[in-house]
Write a protein that binds this ligand. Structure first.
Ligand code: PGA
Length: 250
């Protein structure tokens, strides 16, 4: 019912030629019959050339962020419409590195989600607790707040395409993956929360990805869990062969 999705977040890696090269290699590896939806999110500078290189393939392209205003004097920012014009269909919103290093708040995430949806982009909303929040048993309350404020004012009908990515901050880039049971516990909680806030039908169709040190070695175990619908992969998405091993996890 929910088509699994494997997404790659390239973060601040790869120049334009490097990004186009990796995208081309991935295009050759990802089979037309692959059972999962595949997306990569290169840096802004490479979005248009990578979209061109992947046109007609099974690999979609996403941006790593967008601003909420449509246009204006906002030096350095990129609007959702600009992202669409590069050929992208997706946008990652609220990644923990944006929250940690660039002051992203749940309120800003909400405004960006509204702007992305208005432009027809499919948002991948990232949420997750820090190590100290987990140690202090705040995981569920932190996620509750991130979901409720992040999606405030939106209706179930607006969110048909939404993708959620649960990324425990302590597992990102650290090599410490949440165990599949730890991840499943949170994913089940998130699905119940979406059912409470919106409706059960929506909660059953929204894909909830896991992110945080996903590798070819741990993807199968994570994907075996009933509420894990895919992965948002950082480091291991930078190499086409490694990423393809994650895509073809079965
Ligand atoms: P990682 O990053 O796979 O390198 O841990 C995941 C992410 O930040 O989305």
């Amino acid at each position: 019912m929910r088509i699994p999705m494997i997404a790659g977040n390239w973060k601040m890696y790869k120049t334009v030629p490097e990004a186009v090269q990796t995208a081309g290699a991935l295009r050759n590896l990802v089979d037309a019959n692959t059972a999962v939806d595949v997306m990569i999110a290169p840096p802004f500078t490479a979005l248009a050339p990578v979209s061109d290189a992947l046109r007609g393939s099974r690999v979609d392209v996403g941006a790593q962020d967008c601003f909420w205003e449509q246009e204006g004097a906002f030096t350095g920012e990129i609007s959702a419409a600009m992202v669409v014009s590069t050929g992208c269909r997706f946008v990652i919103i609220g990644h923990s590195e944006r929250r940690q290093f660039f002051g992203e708040t749940d309120r800003n995430v909400n405004k960006k989600l509204v702007a992305a949806l208005r432009s027809g982009l499919t948002p991948v909303m990232c949420i997750g607790e820090t190590e100290s929040q987990r140690e202090e048993d705040q995981t569920f309350s932190v996620l509750d707040k991130q979901v409720k404020i992040g999606l405030e004012g939106l209706l179930a009908k607006d969110l048909q395409s939404l993708v959620v990515a649960y990324e425990p901050v302590w597992a990102i880039g650290t090599g410490k993956t949440a165990t599949s049971n730890q991840a499943q516990e949170v994913h089940r909680f998130l699905r119940q929360l979406l059912a409470e806030v919106f409706d059960t039908a929506l909660s059953q169709t929204i894909r909830i990805l896991y992110g945080g040190s996903v590798k070819p070695q741990n993807i199968s175990e994570l994907m075996a869990m009933p509420d894990i619908d895919g992965a948002l992969v950082g480091g291991a998405s930078l190499d086409a062969t490694t990423f393809d091993q994650i895509i073809n996890f079965q």
